[in-house]
Design a protein around this ligand. Structure first.
Ligand code: KMT
Ligand code: NI
Length: 187
C-alpha cells in the first residue's frame, strides 16, 4: 500500500498520478479508511467475523478477463460514487488504485497490491481504477493501454447480500443519509 495526494494532472486514469506528497495511514484513519496487510486469509476471516460480514465474492478486472466490457467497467468504477454500506476490498493479485476524497475534497490515491486489505466507510466519495502495468514510459494512447497488462483480482466482502450499487456523486448523494452520517463521524 502506498497513499499520496493525487496530482490532478491530465492523462489516463491508470497512470500513477503521484504528486510526490505521501499520505500516512493515520490520516487515512481520520477519513475512516482503514488499512491492513493480510498475507494470510485467516486474518481476513477474522476481520470479516469481527465486523459481521456474511458474504464475499471475487472479481478479476482485466482486458483478458472482461473482454469488450473492460473499458466500460473501468470507466464506471472511476465515476465518483458512494455506497450505502461499508466496503472491504482484499487484493489477491495484481494492483490498482482507490481514490478517496479528503476533508478538503481533494483526492488521496491509494495504491493496493497483493495482500492489501482496505476498508472504506459507507458514504465516503471514492473511485477505483486499474493501473497501467507495462505501459509506463510509453505514449499512452487508449489503444496502447488496451493491450497493456492492467490486472487486479480482488475479494469483495459484504456485510449482507452482495450489493455494490454505486451512487454517483450529485445533489442526491450530498443529502443521502449514509453520506450525512459519514460526515458526522469524521468530525
Ligand atoms: C468499487 O466499489 O468501486 C469497486 O469495488 C471497484 C472494483 S473492486 C477492485
Ligand atoms: Ni465503490
Amino acid at each position: 500500500m502506498k497513499a499520496y495526494w493525487f496530482d490532478n494532472q491530465e492523462g489516463d486514469q491508470r497512470l500513477t498520478h503521484d504528486s510526490g506528497r505521501e499520505v500516512d495511514s493515520s490520516y487515512l484513519a481520520r477519513l475512516g479508511v482503514l488499512y491492513h496487510h493480510c498475507p494470510e486469509l485467516s486474518s481476513v476471516d477474522a476481520i470479516a467475523k469481527d465486523r459481521n460480514y456474511k458474504n464475499r465474492d471475487e472479481i478479476t478486472v482485466s482486458p483478458q478477463a472482461m473482454g469488450k466490457v473492460y473499458e466500460d467497467k473501468v470507466k464506471m468504477f472511476f465515476d465518483e460514487h458512494i455506497h450505502e454500506d461499508e466496503e472491504i476490498r482484499y487484493i489477491r493479485d495484481g494492483a490498482g488504485y482507490f481514490d478517496v476524497r479528503s476533508e478538503g475534497d481533494d483526492w488521496v490515491r491509494i495504491r493496493l497490491e497483493k495482500d492489501d486489505l482496505l476498508i472504506l466507510p459507507a458514504g465516503i466519495y471514492h473511485r477505483f481504477t486499474t493501473d497501467e502495468d507495462n505501459v509506463s514510459g510509453t505514449i499512452c494512447t487508449q489503444e496502447l493501454l488496451l493491450t497493456g497488462n492492467q490486472y487486479i483480482k480482488a475479494m469483495r466482502l459484504f456485510q449482507d447480500e452482495p450489493k455494490w450499487t454505486p451512487l454517483n456523486r450529485g445533489e442526491e448523494t450530498d443529502i443521502n443519509t449514509h453520506r450525512k452520517s459519514y460526515l458526522q463521524s469524521r468530525n
